[in-house]
Design a binder for this molecule. Structure first.
Ligand code: SF4
Ligand code: SF4
Length: 118
């Protein structure tokens, strides 16, 4: 879990705040430094550690939590300046999810005839 930010090193660049999937960071505008606001939400993905240009973020050892890598990839693309489009959400869905949604829609339209195992 994220533990602290070395305020002597932190430049307030904001990269950790942008990349954090758990949205735990907030900038202290007055000091121009990053702060940890929702520490308990940290999922230990370490992205902030790797993106920080001055290695200012330190961690306590803990078990990694499950994270949504689809969401991570979207954030990475946004940070890299990739162009987004309104259909992006749909096209990013994995094949299994599209197939499941199509099957559920079909079942709904035809009057559901039972569960997935039938
Ligand atoms: S380790 Fe991941 S979840 Fe935790 S503060 Fe860093 S970016 Fe956010
Ligand atoms: S990425 Fe590093 S230098 Fe930039 S705001 Fe976060 S802690 Fe500070």
């Amino acid at each position: 879990m994220v533990k602290s930010i070395d305020l002597f090193r932190c430049t307030g660049c904001g990269l950790c705040e942008k990349i954090c999937p758990a949205d735990i960071f907030r900038i202290d505008e007055e000091a121009g430094k990053m702060t940890i606001l929702y520490q308990a939400d940290c999922c230990n993905c370490l992205q902030c550690k790797y993106i920080c240009p001055v290695d200012a973020i330190s961690f306590t050892p803990s078990e990694p939590k499950k994270i949504n890598m689809d969401k991570e990839w979207i954030k990475m693309k946004e940070l890299m300046g990739a162009v987004d489009n309104p259909m992006a959400e749909e096209t990013r869905k994995p094949a299994w999810q599209k197939a499941k949604e199509a099957a559920m829609k079909k079942a709904k339209e035809g009057g559901a005839q039972g569960g997935w195992n039938k």
